[in-house]
Design a protein around this ligand. Structure first.
Ligand code: ADP
Ligand code: MG
Length: 238
């Protein structure tokens, strides 16, 4: 079943075309990796799905809802950034509770929901800490808990592992896939790292110059790159 559909998305900043007639369908429950070099328009694409940017033209459907007509916080879309973006002055508990409070979730439910989501990212013991008292990997886990506690249909990941060292990157990547099974969200995972895309993606959309140049399973993209760009970027010759 189709969860997310981007149709003829076009985005200009001034006269510069950054996303150029992009079409993409993401299936319910899958993890789609959007893979491409720096500057190809990955973050801009996620920003339009999340509502921080408006497409110049085109439509974005989440199930049967036209997202471009829905306010960002009502889109049922979660976002996990590279730089965690936690509130430094709030405890781990309050960082995770923030969205629930904003959505008017009753106080009686908040404690249980925050603790359950912190437990699912192995941070049950850390609720009273502040972000500065956590490692990078732990901060990213808090950011995951803060997103997942809202039980979004769709979670967008913008290079969430890029600030972490190689070993942690792989461990947390695998953890994100396990969390996807537990929370049953559909994922779009942006990365410029081909190994990460191969490891995490059910499918990979290779992006270049504001457009998707190939879409397929990791194996298809790796074994049968459609052009020299993809071959260079991901294929066996790389
Ligand atoms: P990626 O995430 O793939 O590295 P981005 O989507 O961040 O790429 O950026 C794509 C292009 O759009 C880049 O050339 C970038 O400089 C430009 N860009 C991104 N955001 C803005 C903005 N708010 N104003 C002007 N140009 C922008
Ligand atoms: Mg980016």
């Amino acid at each position: 079943m189709t969860e997310l559909q981007l149709k003829d998305i076009y985005k200009k900043f001034g006269s510069k075309v950054v996303v150029n007639k992009l079409n993409l369908t993401v299936e319910s429950g899958e993890m789609l990796c959007l893979l491409g070099p720096s500057g190809c328009g990955k973050s801009t694409t996620l920003s339009m799905i999340a509502g921080m940017q408006t497409p110049t033209s085109g439509s974005i459907m989440l199930e049967d809802k036209e997202l471009t007509k829905v306010a960002p916080h009502k889109r049922d879309v979660g976002l996990v950034f590279q730089n965690y973006a936690l509130f430094p002055h709030l405890s781990v508990f309050d960082n995770v509770a923030f969205g629930l409070r904003r959505h008017g979730v009753p106080k009686s439910e908040i404690g249980d929901r925050v603790r359950a989501s912190l437990a699912s990212v192995q941070l049950a013991e850390f609720e009273d800490r502040f972000p500065a008292q956590l490692s990078g990997g732990q901060q990213q886990r808090v950011a995951l808990a803060r997103t997942l506690v809202l039980k979004p249909k769709l979670v967008l990941f913008d290079e969430p592992l890029s600030n972490l060292d190689a070993k942690l990157r792989q461990a947390l990547g695998i953890e994100i896939r396990l969390l996807q099974k537990e929370y049953k969200f559909t994922g779009v995972f942006v990365t410029h790292d081909q190994e990460e895309a191969m490891l995490l993606g059910d499918r990979i959309a290779v992006m270049n110059g504001g457009n998707i140049v190939q879409l397929g399973t990791p194996k298809e993209v790796y074994k049968k790159p459609v052009d020299p760009f993809v071959a260079n970027f991901i294929g066996e010759s790389n």
